[in-house]
Design a protein around this ligand. Structure first.
Ligand SMILES: [Zn+2]
Length: 107
């Protein structure tokens, strides 16, 4: 069975979307009335908010990659226009930049 990059992206999209939904639901729960528990709940919320931000960010990246796939520009670096290395795409299907440009973007 072979999976295309689009299959992978759609799987990832599903995974992140589920994560976002679950975190949003957890975050919307009311705080316990006990103040010690409340402090703990607030701390948990901070962790969940960070996870939610991360998952939303990943979801945005996957959506953008699916869009590029549909436009036929998937696997092409958005910075320099070179083809992105296959190994990199396998490890990070939503990569939008080649390894060289990604290095420059993150530094
Ligand atoms: Zn590049």
């Amino acid at each position: 069975m072979s999976t295309t990059p689009l299959d992978q992206l759609q799987d990832l999209r599903e995974e992140y979307a589920t994560r976002v939904t679950k975190l949003r639901r957890d975050l919307s729960q009311a705080y316990p009335s006990d103040s010690a528990e409340q402090a703990q709940a607030r701390e948990n919320d901070e962790v969940m908010e960070a996870l939610l931000a991360e998952a939303s960010n990943l979801l945005t990246q996957v959506d953008a990659a699916i869009e590029r796939y549909q436009e036929g520009t998937y696997g092409v670096c958005t910075q320099c226009g070179e083809k992105i290395n296959d190994a990199r795409l396998q490890a990070l299907p939503m990569a939008q930049a080649c390894i060289d440009c990604a290095d420059q973007l993150s530094s």
